[in-house]
Structure formats: structure tokens, C-alpha cells
Design a protein around this ligand. Structure first.
Ligand code: GLC
Length: 594
């Protein structure tokens, strides 16, 4: 795919200047060594656009709202934002059902607003990543409108169709047992073409047929449209399910039913097909041809760390730059042994690829509520933040995570907006709880909107829990995140250093060092238990030098400095970040004093 020359209008020139500021650099954005791509150690902030900031009073967030909050994002210290879909859409799946991949839904703004966002974000050293939904369209996309009218038009083959089977009484049945991840059969019959189409998600989201080269061309062109505008990359929605088994074979039943009332299946024919990897390799070739180290992030839910390797392209490193690592982050058990095992696996099983650690997103109950025990929630949130921001990984933060925003699932079915929650009620309440408006301040609607009818109600705790209050409190979770991001930026060891696990058999405390290439050492100890614990950090036998452990950040506040090799007492759920320093040689100290 060839890149078109930059356009010559005034706006394009401005954008081009902004884009040049976004090329990889060490100095301007200060978060990556010159030789490394900007994304490798980045902190990426997910903006769930509908719930971030409403600027026009319609109760739904929008692009001007994001622009309004850029100073806040800059002060947080993040490197990039990922915007959830803003494309024209009937909003059945709140934007993940796209009618036009090259435009902006009027409820979110205009292309002009988007260009302004790119420029304003670039001025603050923030790159913009888009959500790109390659797996499916909306049923209202012109391709599907055509495709479902006639089997003879070229668009028909843009989707996955089957004649299905006949039942004992001649009734029409779907071709196989595949279920939609959002409930029910994954097949929908269209009388006009006498065919079933496949939909991995809602029936209003028909899956594209990626075996058709015209689909690939059209979707790559759609991505090029945004790349040429200056986006720094994409978060690829639902990427693991791009292609399905050509023979449409039944998937094995695992036994039992899921929360939506469907049999649990082993998705061996609808996920992780070899041809999906081939598409991603071509996509990687396409995106790498653009200047500025654009990035491909993947929505990759896998059960084991090692399974992520294939999504990077293994030793070839020629698929996704950053498949999301949700292996431990989307769990609910604060378990030092499990986290340690995962950090080791991520360092040893991925052919040196960089992990992208994720604890929260718009589809999962917030980590505050998953990991919290109801008593030590605030301390646990600090542990998670320290683990996230000091691990050897790029980082994904979800809006509100930095202030400890809570999940607030609907109380009654009448309140539910996510169709999955309507279908699955009460066992599966849908995803409204983690998508409620961002809590900015104590004013009506938490400062999110001037309209009392926000699309999802604001969570009732906003007068006490909001950005403004946390900004004013130096001990807040927000400042904890700001400090951690700032230290990650300041210390090479924390950002790009290698990982050395310490005290590896401790059942409750996860301890590790990050070591920069010039030998600076930073230390992290996380007591993941409700009891006080003692650790002994034998740096020497781990091949590290240094004796004084100087506290940089700790919770509870003011944990004292310590000596390597001596027992260190950690209160319940303590989080401790320390810099390792050599004790000055007595002669040198005396000389310095003379
Ligand atoms: C991804 C999105 C989710 C959406 C689904 C279907 O999982 O994160 O919100 O519903 O894809 O597009």
C-alpha cells in the first residue's frame, strides 16, 4: 500500500507539523531511549469516549470534551490516548457497530474536532490511537445493506454466509453450534438471500469475510485514511476472531452453560485461526511503512502468558507490537506467587517482546472491585498501580482507574443499557457498571455533563470521589499514579530496566528489582496480604550491588529507608518503591568531608 503525499491545505500543514512532533524522540516526550520506539515503555490511557467529558450538553461524551481535558491528561504524564470508537454508528454496541469507517458520528463531533484534538494532543506530547474494529461492521453499513439484499452483488461476499442445515421437519437451522459471545446462536437468517450470516457479537454486527481479498483491501484503506491524518496507531478490537474455520465445523462442548445461558464451547474454530496471523503480518507490513513508529495494539484475551507469543509473531516479531496482556490483570486474586510467576513468564516466554499490562478496561468490572476485599481496597489499589507502573511492560490505564473509580452495576433491569445485560440479567448484568461517567468534581453530574440525563447515570459517590478532590489531596490515589508515572519517566531502571525477582519463595510479598543498563537498581516490594510480613532482600546473591535502600514512594506513607540483607518489616498491604544506593566507602566519605 503506498502512502499518499501529505495534502497542502493550511490544516494539513498544521497537522503535519503536529505529526512531526510525534516522531520518535527521546527529548520532547522523554519516555523512551532514542533507539527504542515510543510505545515500548509508554503509558496509554483508554478514553471511553461516551463517558469521558460531554461538551455540548447531550449527556454523551465527545471529542471537544476530550480536548477540554487534555491538560489533565498531560499532568498525569501519559504518552498516548486510545479513543473508543467515534465512527457513525447506530450505537447498538455503543460504537463497536460501525456504519462508516472514515467519518465521525455527529454526536461525538466532526473531523475538524478530531484534527484539532490531534494537534492539541501533540502539543502536550500525547499521541492519539484509534479503536479499529476489523472483525465486523454494523448491519447498517452500506456493504451489509447491499449484501443482505442480493447474493449477486460484490458486497455479498464481504460477509460470512451459509445456507445452514435442515432439521428433521425441514425447518431451517444454523450450519453449526457456534454461539455469539453476546448470547444465542452466532447465525442469523436473512430471508431475502435465503442465507444465514455469522456474527461473533450482536446480530447487528455481521462479521466480515477476511478470506475475501477485497475486504482486506477496503479495511486497510480505511486504516490508511486515519494513518494519513496522523493517528499513532490502532487498538485492534476483537482481533483474535478475525477468521473462522472454512468448513464451519462444530466447536467442542466443554460442559456447563455460560452466564448468558449458552453451552460453554472450546472456541477452536472461531478464534486464533492461522489465516488471522497471515492478515496481521500483512497489516504490520502496511503500518510499518508509515513514518513515526505507529503501533498495533491487540485485544488479545488468552489463558496463558505463552499464548501471547504468537500474537507478537514469535521470534519474527512481525505481528502485533503490543497484544494486551490480561492474563493476571483481569483476575481477582491478589496472589504474590501468581503475579511473580506471570512476571517471570512475560520476561522469558515472549521472545523478548514487550508486554502490555492491563488491569482495567470498559468491558470488565473495575480492578478496584475485583481485587478489593472491602476493607483494604485503597491499599490494594496502590499495590496494583505500583505493580502496573513498575513492571517491565508498557501500560494501559482505563479512565477513572487513577482515582479509584468504582464499578456501579445497574440495580434494576430497567436501568440496563448494555444489551448483553438485558439478555443475561440478573446473572450477567452487562458492562454499564464500568462505563459510568468520569467523576471530575462535585458539581452536578460530576462535572461530566450539564445535562441531568446522562446516558448512564453518574455513580452516587462522586461528591466524595472525584478528580478535583484528589488533586487537592497529596496522599490521593491520583497523586500515587502521578508519582509512579513521573518516576517511570525519570528513572531508566523503572522504565526500561531488566527484571530481577527477589525473595522468590515468599508466599505473600512480591519483590523485584529493575536494573538499568548502567547498573542503577530500583526495588519494589508489595505485601499482598492482610498481615504484616518480613522480607530479606539478598541483593548480592541476585548479582546486584548496593546496600542502602532509600524509600522513594510507599504506602502506608513514610516507610523508612532500609539496609539490604537485613529483615525489612512491611505492614499489611504495603507497597514500597526504593532506590538502591551503594554505601559510600569510608575513605571516600572521609575525603569528601575533609
Ligand atoms: C470488544 C470491545 C467491546 C465490544 C466488542 C465487540 O471486545 O472491547 O466493547 O462490545 O469488541 O465489538
Amino acid at each position: 500500500m503506498s502512502k499518499k503525499p501529505p495534502a497542502k491545505s493550511g490544516l494539513s500543514r498544521r497537522l503535519h507539523r503536529a505529526w512531526q512532533r510525534l516522531t520518535p524522540c527521546a527529548s520532547a516526550y522523554g519516555h523512551a531511549a532514542a533507539a527504542e520506539p515510543w510505545w515500548k515503555h509508554s503509558v496509554i490511557y483508554e478514553i471511553y469516549l461516551r463517558s469521558f467529558q460531554d461538551s455540548n450538553g447531550d449527556g454523551v461524551g465527545d471529542l471537544q470534551g476530550v480536548i477540554h481535558r487534555l491538560d489533565y491528561l498531560e499532568s498525569l504524564g501519559i504518552d498516548a490516548i486510545w479513543l473508543t470508537p467515534f465512527y457513525p454508528s447506530p450505537q447498538v454496541d455503543f460504537g463497536y457497530d460501525i456504519r462508516d469507517f472514515r467519518a465521525i458520528d455527529a454526536r461525538f463531533g466532526t473531523l475538524g474536532d478530531f484534527d484539532e484534538l490531534l494537534v492539541q494532543a501533540a502539543r502536550r506530547g500525547i499521541r492519539v490511537l484509534l479503536d479499529m474494529v476489523l472483525n465486523h461492521t454494523s448491519e447498517e453499513h452500506p456493504w451489509f445493506r447491499e449484501a443482505s439484499r442480493s447474493r449477486d452483488c460484490p458486497q455479498h461476499d464481504f460477509f460470512l454466509w451459509s445456507a445452514g442445515r435442515r432439521g428433521e421437519n425441514g425447518e431451517r437451522l444454523p450450519p453449526n453450534n457456534w454461539v455469539s459471545l453476546f448470547g444465542g446462536s452466532a447465525w442469523e437468517y436473512v430471508p431475502a438471500v435465503d442465507r444465514f450470516y455469522y456474527h461473533r457479537y450482536y446480530r447487528q454486527q455481521p462479521d466480515l469475510n477476511w478470506r475475501n481479498p477485497s475486504v482486506e483491501q477496503a479495511m486497510f484503506d480505511n486504516m490508511a485514511f486515519w494513518l494519513e491524518r496522523g493517528v499513532a496507531g490502532f487498538r485492534l478490537d476483537a482481533i483474535t476472531g478475525l477468521i473462522e474455520d472454512a468448513q464451519l465445523r462444530d466447536e467442542p462442548e466443554l460442559g456447563g452453560m455460560n452466564a448468558l445461558g449458552d453451552p460453554c464451547l472450546d472456541h477452536i474454530h472461531t478464534d486464533n485461526q492461522p489465516e488471522t496471523h497471515e492478515v496481521i503480518r500483512r497489516l504490520r507490513g502496511m503500518i510499518d511503512a508509515y513514518p513515526g513508529k505507529r503501533v498495533l495494539i491487540g485485544e488479545t484475551y488468552v489463558p496463558r502468558t505463552a499464548d501471547l507469543d504468537a500474537w507478537y509473531g514469535g521470534a519474527q516479531h512481525n505481528e502485533l507490537h503490543l497484544p494486551m496482556d490480561t492474563v493476571v490483570g483481569l483476575g481477582s486474586k491478589l496472589d504474590a506467587t501468581a503475579f511473580r510467576k506471570h512476571l517471570i513468564e512475560a520476561a522469558t516466554e515472549l521472545h523478548d517482546s514487550q508486554p502490555l499490562l492491563v488491569f482495567d478496561n470498559h468491558d470488565r468490572v473495575r480492578s478496584w472491585d475485583r481485587y478489593g476485599d472491602g476493607v483494604h481496597d485503597a491499599e490494594i489499589a496502590r499495590i496494583i498501580a505500583m505493580l502496573l507502573l513498575t513492571s517491565r511492560a508498557a501500560v494501559l490505564l482505563y479512565q477513572g482507574e487513577e482515582i479509584g473509580q468504582r464499578d456501579a452495576p445497574p440495580q434494576h433491569i430497567e436501568e440496563v443499557r448494555d444489551p448483553m445485560g438485558v439478555r443475561g440479567w440478573p446473572e450477567q448484568k452487562g458492562r454499564d457498571g464500568e462505563r459510568r461517567p468520569m467523576q471530575w468534581d462535585g458539581s452536578p453530574q460530576a462535572g461530566f455533563s450539564s445535562n441531568p440525563q446522562t446516558w448512564l447515570a453518574v455513580t452516587a459517590d462522586y461528591p466524595e470521589l472525584n478528580v478535583q478532590r484528589e488533586l487537592a489531596d497529596p496522599e490521593s490515589l491520583l497523586h500515587w499514579h502521578r508519582h509512579l508515572i513521573a518516576m517511570r519517566s525519570r528513572y531508566d531502571a523503572l522504565r526500561g530496566g531488566s527484571l530481577v525477582i527477589l525473595d522468590p519463595d515468599h508466599p505473600h510479598v512480591l519483590s523485584y528489582a529493575r536494573v538499568s543498563s548502567d547498573g542503577n537498581v530500583m526495588l519494589v516490594c508489595l505485601n499482598m496480604s492482610a498481615a504484616p510480613q518480613t522480607v530479606r532482600l539478598d541483593l548480592k546473591s541476585a548479582g546486584l550491588s548496593g546496600e542502602r535502600l532509600r524509600t522513594l514512594l510507599s504506602s502506608p506513607a513514610a516507610l523508612p529507608d532500609a539496609e539490604a540483607g537485613t529483615p525489612i518489616a512491611l505492614p499489611p498491604y504495603a507497597a514500597w518503591l526504593a532506590a538502591v544506593r551503594d554505601r559510600p566507602h569510608p575513605a571516600a566519605a572521609a575525603a569528601a568531608g575533609s
